[in-house]
Design a protein around this ligand. Sequence first.
Ligand SMILES: Cc1cc2nc3c(=O)[nH]c(=O)nc-3n(C[C@H](O)[C@H](O)[C@H](O)COP(=O)(O)OP(=O)(O)OC[C@H]3O[C@@H](n4cnc5c(N)ncnc54)[C@H](O)[C@@H]3O)c2cc1C
Length: 249
Amino acid sequence: MAQWHDGKIVNRVDWNDHLFSLQFECTAFPKFKAGQFTKVGLIQDDNKVLSRPYSLVNSPNAEFLEIIAVPVENGSLSPKLHELQIGDEVKIMSPATGFLVLEEVPQSETLFLIATGTGVGPFISILESEEAWSKYTNVVLVYGARQNSDLAYSDKIQTWLSDKPEQFRFVPIVSREFNPNALKGRIPELIASGAIQQKCGIEFAPTTCQVMLCGNPEMIKDTLEVLSTFGLKKHLRRSPGHISLERYW
Ligand SMILES: Cc1cc2nc3c(=O)[nH]c(=O)nc-3n(C[C@H](O)[C@H](O)[C@H](O)COP(=O)(O)OP(=O)(O)OC[C@H]3O[C@@H](n4cnc5c(N)ncnc54)[C@H](O)[C@@H]3O)c2cc1C
């Protein structure tokens, strides 16, 4: 049953002036699956909780819960979350929920994790889990952002690159700044042109790939369309396919 818990901010990381991560201490929070989301909220003057869904970035085994977010212009909650400091209190709802989890994704040779912006959050949690590395021969993280500083968690990504050089590939994409190591442009076009496949050395094929998509709904819509030209279709329990997804708005 849904239940509010008290959470206290124990750490925050400002990746730049808008992109931030918050870590909460919430000892009573029940176990969740990597890739799931929960509701985070703040108590208002009328004593009601103003809340929105946020994916959990941390490993299910971690001591703290973590989210990554941006203050959306004129948004009701996210600008308030952006102002929070260590020691501030939040409300966190249990249980975490959502189907962007590996147990819902069929076995295959390659797992593509494709995210824009804060959509990378659930994939960081998934990459922290042992299951990603034991279930798939190749794991590719495709991570699109506007600016170089919007590419968060680069220390973790570098560790996976060093620890799993054969298994893990990383394809950063920056749309509005030059980055010698990143592709430039939009994910759907970079798949259509073959640039992402060339960068990671793996093709999209229904016989060998599962794809997880998370973030901006436009990216998801257009990526679904372009992946369909390679024979990949949305995965549903009742109709197995190749693409699992979560839209953030
Ligand atoms: C399952 C799920 C998981 C989510 N996980 C995350 C997460 O991990 N991190 C995160 O930052 N957000 C996440 N979101 C979005 C989040 O719940 C809020 O919508 C967002 O923080 C804006 O809330 P708000 O109250 O400030 O804006 P509101 O007043 O509710 O305005 C909502 C509008 O803001 C816009 N919007 C929402 N999210 C974004 C965004 N990230 N970038 C640009 N515009 C946006 C959309 O136009 C949307 O209609 C998730 C949403 C869903 C459904």
